[in-house]
Design a protein around this ligand. Sequence first.
Ligand code: PLP
Length: 396
Amino acid sequence: MNSIEYMQKAENDLLHTYNRYGVVLESGKGVYLFDADGKKYLDFASGIGVCALGYGNEEYNAALKEQVDKLLHTSNLYYNLPVIKAAELLKKASGMDRVFFTNSGAEAVEGAMKAAKKYAYTRDGHAGHEIIAMKNSFHGRSLGALSVTGNAHYQEPFAPLLPGVCFAEFNNAESVKAQISEKTCAIIMETIQGEGGVYPAEKGFLEEVAEICRKKDILLILDEIQCGMGRSGEMFAWQNYGIKPDIMTSAKALGCGVPVGAFLMTERVAEKSLAPGDHGTTYGGNPFVGAAVSKTLEMMERDEMTKHVRRVSEDLWNCLEGLKEAHACIAGHRGMGLMQGLEVTVPAGEISKKALERGLILITAGTNVLRFLPPLVIERWHVEEMAKILDGVLAE
Ligand SMILES: *Cc1c(COP(=O)(O)O)cnc(C)c1O
């Protein structure tokens, strides 16, 4: 079969929930991907922020292969060594105290919300608590995560969603205060909004929300699924702000390609939160994903990944500023570390399609933002190569 036939077959057999780009990706090496026809692509999306170490990393692959031959799965009824190691490294990287591993980001968000509700239930002796989420946010597609996703279009067909969720304006502390009631048990937000268009939290806003939470014993849940794991220039984006969440979520680059997420909390929360019988998962934190998480964290720490991100993200920032100067269709540029966005006045989807034809993989956020989420291991010359291709597309 050639690529066209593969794609026709996929459209026949898979549920049509994505309007996919017309390529069949087959292999990868470093920061490049290759399609089934052998065409090479420079990757500035890393599988939506997942493949932080790029592709075909020998050390990472060897660790996974070794674990495949040893033990894949046992269930959470027993202890396993890789996940014990993974939890230790994740605690060290985050400064949080307790970890629960999940299979995806949405499940991490589900767990975080349950943890917050249980905490308030234990404290108050009754249920019925509420969660404040942000407009323009994204937390996943399961019904619970969708309930705190501030996007009417995503929510509408699935109503009624979770009761007791209200929405405030991101980066507007007054709007958050206006939503707080006696029932509020948690405030959930992305430290840097991703799908919503790459909007970092403002320092003053996050500080004020954290202070409100501290005073009122409301739990601050930070969703670090996209912006975490070194992408912002710190291991977790909130570490740039001098605040600390009570609960945080991780996924995407946590295992650099295997399906794994996590929610973490402080000991203060854990003491009053989920206990045996309250939560579980069959796959979550099995030996295979445990090996991926611990290898990822070990390599990021040893190779000083955050330092590298801080350095190369400056190159990305400068290149994108240059493009902004040169092209009137670029209306804005924002972001942090290797999570940046260009707001454009022409359809972003058209630009990413044209870039793909020229061998550059780029994704969008909404209809008017080009999103840059490259593997964290990119170098300056990859940034320059990307800018050259994008410059050509924008000129056209
Ligand atoms: C991707 C994402 C999720 C959902 O993760 P899945 O693994 O797709 O369930 C949740 N929150 C944020 C911020 C994300 O970027």
